[in-house]
Ligand binder design. Structure first.
Ligand SMILES: *Cc1c(COP(=O)(O)O)cnc(C)c1O
Length: 375
């Protein structure tokens, strides 16, 4: 057997991409357990435990669906299973646009509500748009990972409910990092992926649907098969998945959910808030010496899990990514139209405030060097 060539892997505590995020060695190790039948009692026992753990993440009493796909799979499932009628897509960045794009590709009638880049959606704007036409569903992103903006999902969902529309929420960098209360907020469908704030390897998507949404899903035309959420519901009730799941990823999930439960979801939200606040303080203080450095999203609309940091003229996102890399840290470049003008820090998963601070210190060195500042 020929071994693959040696690769340079990031050292623990240095990987701050806004997804995938760093995974603990013991969670990675859980993936080496032997295969079992996904129609066995052993599996059902594990899946019952997994659903319990995920219910504590989504704050729901409903079954939780686990899909062997990336998060985008459940974005498509949400659209395919939504009741007949036009969809209002709230778009404040690349991932909001992805939801709109999925709608159009699934041959739905999609209207876009544009949100200024870097801002969270204004729930009053959403309510006004919902008043202009009868929509079957609203798609909205909780934490827009391309801009670092957070949307008040509770208020958007209230507007949707008032206008008889299902609220479909991409909480991919929200869930497990930002406050999310699926049942209390009356969400039609909320989804996330394994490789963001849950600090798992990529490859799984998690979702929760309201009973009302599933009532519609069971009759949705063109809902396809792999992302048929009514089928996910049936199987979740038996503690199974419709198809063969990625068992090693479920082993990792089972191990990680025990840790998340031990931390408690409220403490996890608070830790993410603290990591975000450290990033905001860092940007504000560096911005005093280096005008142009700041957080793209305004105060009150900032995601606790990811920040887009604006840059002075003459320094690009790529410069920071490369400079950080040379210092042993991985951060994300700008995304879409913000590519040149920002870089992104994923302060999410199992990281700590101290860990984020070390990464930010390295980024500050890069910025100081690039701009000729003494630090
Ligand atoms: C990462 C991300 C996605 C896409 O997730 P995949 O797992 O790559 O499909 C969707 N929405 C948001 C907000 C994300 O951050």
């Amino acid at each position: 057997m020929t071994a693959p060539p040696p690769m340079d892997f990031p050292a623990p505590g240095t990987f701050f991409l806004p997804g995938p995020t760093e995974v603990r060695p013991e969670v990675l190790a859980a993936m080496t357990r032997p295969m079992i039948s996904h129609r066995s009692k052993v599996f059902e026992g594990m899946f019952a435990r997994i659903q319990d753990g995920l219910r504590a993440v989504f704050l729901t009493e409903r079954p939780v669906f686990v899909s062997t796909s990336s998060a985008t799979g459940f974005m498509e499932g949400a659209v395919r299973c939504a009741p007949d009628g036009p969809i209002l897509a709230v778009v404040g960045g690349a991932f909001g646009e992805r939801f709109a794009h999925i709608g159009r590709n699934c041959e739905r009638d999609v209207d876009v509500l544009e949100v200024p880049l870097g801002r969270g959606a204004d729930p009053d704007d959403v309510a006004r748009a919902l008043g202009r036409r009868r929509y079957a569903a609203v798609t909205v992103v909780h934490s827009e990972s391309s801009t670092g903006a957070l949307t008040d999902i509770r208020a958007v969902a209230a507007a949707a409910t008032q206008h008889g529309a299902q609220c479909l929420v991409d909480s991919v960098t929200g869930a497990a990092g930002a406050e999310l209360r699926v049942d209390e907020w009356g969400l039609g469908f909320a989804l996330t992926g394994s490789q963001k704030a849950l600090a798992l390897p990529p490859g799984l998507a998690f979702g929760v649907a309201s009973a009302e949404f599933i009532g519609h899903a069971a009759h949705a035309r063109g809902r396809g098969m792999y992302f048929d959420l009514a089928e996910f519901e049936e199987f979740a009730k038996k503690n199974q998945t419709p198809n063969t799941p990625a068992l090693p990823l479920l082993y990792a999930l089972d191990a990680q959910l025990a840790r998340v439960r031990e931390e408690t979801i409220a403490a996890r939200w608070a830790r993410h808030r603290a990591m975000a606040e450290a990033t905001h303080r860092w940007a504000a203080s560096l911005g005093e010496r280096l005008p142009g450095v700041g957080i793209l999203a305004p105060e009150g609309e900032r995601s606790p899990t990811v920040s887009a940091v604006t840059l002075p003229d003459g320094i690009t996102g790529d410069d920071v990514v490369k400079g950080a890399k040379a210092r042993g840290f991985t951060v994300g470049g700008g995304y879409g139209p913000l590519k040149g003008r920002t870089f992104r820090v994923g302060h999410m998963g199992d990281h700590t405030v101290d860990g984020v601070q070390r990464c930010l210190d390295a980024c500050a060195e890069v910025l100081a060097e690039r701009s000729g500042l003494k630090h």
